[in-house]
Design a protein around this ligand. Structure first.
Ligand code: F6R
Length: 642
């Protein structure tokens, strides 16, 4: 079976692939690995072996490369192999998949710059062997240029291996929905979702280029080997569609099903929607423990659009879950009741536990009461998106809340917010015209100048980033106050990894972990809320989570930590599936409106993800459909056990 282990190889041998029973829905060989770094290390090792093999024969190795966050750990490992193990890239010829159109090569978000920062500047590849589509060539020359790019690949002997990521639209390269299977290198208009996903990198969706030059699907399919990597729960839906769905130009990656040696290398979060993991009873025998039953029954109920308590034996048989009843010798009625209760017990209006109540079936313990509750928000908006309503409940129910913002989030603040602040300060200084205001005047002017000089796609200097961070802090305080929290409950950690980085290139440092460790040591909380544990590992959220997790692991012997429960919430990284939810906190229409009000306080961010109330309504609708009480909205949580 194509599970990831240390013995099997990632590359090659797909022709001989015999899909196991479990994998029979997957039309592409798919290797699922515990995490992205293990997978990237192994891939890098195999690629290095191929490079060396060619070197020994005096031949070149032609490597197709991708940008974005997905291949970053793979590139880091190639660099390490070069620096520590003398792997030379002198015989490597590279071709990148794509480039934004209209970006100068030295723009921080150009793929030219990205590739040099992430790989080329750190290895010994000769410059003339690097090929990246040129996004600066005049429009009238694009057609000929693309033909010549194709020709260069051919003249190099074709791609030996193409590395791919996958966009949420299913694109490989920038082959957005509608791209033909035979398409070749060309200019393409970027999809709205793709531009949205790049918004943080460009500090606002308005700054994301509208078009790009990309290798075609046909160009990619000509490669001798193809490895598509995907990390994080955000990619789970599209990975399933590409691997198990029909071959369609709506999902370019589905064309990889036609390739003789394409392989998907994914982490467990990205694999979670594949049939073998999501509905394992459809592909083989399963252990019908309580959690598997809950998974199957909630699925059955939603498939048939029938509340749990109305499911009958025939329903179980018809949808392939008959084995559940057979193997447990239970009737549908008994299974239904059991599962109904399990879901019912996740619902609580007392997220911090209900004092003086029997807590045997409640998600959280009654004692201690009140609790010291630590809420970690990787970026300022995350906690409000994921648990704004619950924050309010916890506060109202008397718990001691510390809401900690791990990073400043200053990269999300729009220029115009900083500009407005600086202009008002300047006007004040000019109107007052007193010598005491000279410093403010100079400060405001330097902000205006910095923003002016930066131009449309430039990078903010530290002064501007600091101001943007402060503006966001003000909004955070307003939002927290809407949720009933006093300013004293809110703290800003400004973790260094964020202050020194850019989106997709953040790197955790020792000081980040130390800061988190000091926080835990100081607060010794009874309950912690976190997010980012299933996100793209290079996202700000995942890095912030990992800083917490590493710090947390240092307290495993302490009694306070064994009595502390850690709950995860979901902000930007997609919701939980119904069966995963272990605590569901209902919200009334008024509470939902209050949460929306808190989110509206973030006026300065160039973030369009304000659809949270819709998501909370959807969870409530799912619970309603299972036959639970009908709530306006629900915030969902799941235990994190380390
Ligand atoms: C980039 C590219 C794209 C990305 C995809 C995923 O060269 O070709 O197809 O691989 O958009 O991006 P990340 O890895 O940032 O999620």
């Amino acid at each position: 079976m194509s599970n990831f282990d240390d013995t099997g190889s990632i590359l090659g041998s797909a022709d001989e692939r015999v899909a196991s029973q479990q994998e029979r829905f997957e039309k592409i060989r798919t290797l699922v690995c515990p995490d992205s770094s293990v997978a990237s290390l192994k891939l890098a090792k195999e690629v290095a072996a191929l490079i060396l093999e060619r070197q020994a024969n005096g031949q070149t190795f032609v490597l197709g490369l991708a940008t974005g966050s997905t291949p970053v750990p793979f590139y880091r490992e190639l660099i390490r192999l070069h620096q520590n193990e003398n792997l030379s890239f002198k015989n490597v010829v590279t071709f990148n998949l794509d480039e934004y159109y209209g970006l100068k090569r030295d723009h921080p978000e150009s793929y030219f710059r990205f590739m040099h920062d992430q790989l080329f500047d750190h290895v010994d590849i000769p410059t003339e062997q690097i090929h990246i589509p040129d996004g600066t060539i005049p429009m009238e020359s694009v057609y000929d240029y693309c033909l010549s790019y194709e020709k260069q690949i051919e003249e190099a002997g074709g791609l030996d291996l193409q590395i791919l990521g996958i966009g949420r639209t299913g694109h490989i390269g920038f082959n957005e929905p509608g791209s033909a299977m035979e398409s070749t290198t060309r200019m393409i208009t970027l999809d709205r979702v793709t531009r949205q996903d790049a918004a943080a990198d460009f500090m606002g969706v308005a700054n994301v280029p509208r078009s790009a030059i990309t290798m075609g699907v046909g160009t990619i399919l000509k490669a001798k080997n193809l490895v598509l990597m995907a990390w994080g729960s955000n990619k789970a839906d599209i990975v399933k569609e590409a691997s198990e769905g029909e071959i369609t130009d709506r999902v370019s990656a589905s064309f990889l099903q036609t390739h003789h040696s394409a392989v998907f290398l994914i982490d467990s979060a990205a694999s979670s929607r594949l049939t073998r993991f999501r509905h394992p009873w459809l592909v083989g025998a399963v252990n019908w423990d309580a959690s598997m039953k809950k998974r199957a029954v909630t699925w059955l109920s939603s498939q048939l659009n029938k509340p749990i308590l109305k499911l009958v034996d025939e329903d179980y048989n018809e949808k392939g879950t008959g084995e559940l009843l057979a193997s447990t010798s239970e009737a549908a009625y008994e299974v239904n009741i059991d599962c109904f209760n399990r879901v019912q017990h996740t619902i609580t209006g007392w997220p911090g536990g209900k004092p003086n109540a029997d807590d045997s079936y409640r998600p959280e313990r009654a004692n201690p009461f009140p609790k010291r509750v630590l809420v970690l928000s990787p970026e300022p908006m995350d906690a409000f998106i994921g648990m704004g309503g619950t924050l309010n409940r916890l506060k109202e129910q008397g718990h001691e809340i510390s809401l900690l913002f791990q990073t400043s989030g200053n990269l999300r603040v729009a220029d115009v917010a900083a500009l407005n602040f600086a202009r008002v300060t300047l006007e004040m200084a000019e109107a007052i015209a007193e010598s005491g205001w000279e410093d403010q005047k100079r400060y405001a002017q330097s902000i205006i100048n910095a923003l002016d000089e930066k131009g449309e796609f430039g990078v903010d200097n530290q002064l501007v980033r600091r101001l943007k961070g402060l503006i966001l802090r003000g909004e955070v305080r307003d939002a927290a106050s809407v949720c009933g929290l006093e300013p004293g409950a809110v703290r800003f950690l400004d973790l260094p990894f964020y202050e020194e980085g850019r989106y997709r290139r953040f790197q955790r440092t020792e000081s980040d972990v130390e800061i988190m460790q000091a926080v835990l040591e100081d607060l010794k909380p009874d309950m912690i809320f976190v997010t980012g544990n299933s996100g793209d590992p290079s996202s700000n959220q995942a890095i912030a989570f990992n800083c917490f997790a590493e710090a947390w692991s240092n307290f495993s012997d302490e009694s306070w930590s064994s009595n502390c429960r850690v709950w995860s919430y979901r902000g930007r990284d997609g919701g939980f599936e119904t069966h995963e939810i272990e605590m569901a906190v209902p919200m009334s229409p008024d509470q939902l409106e209050q949460k929306a009000e808190a989110i509206r306080k973030f006026m300065s961010t160039s973030d369009d993800d304000l659809s949270t109330p819709t998501r909370n309504r959807e969870i409530a609708a799912l619970y309603d459909a299972l036959g639970m009480a009908e709530y306006e909205a629900i915030e969902a949580f799941c235990r994190w056990k380390g």
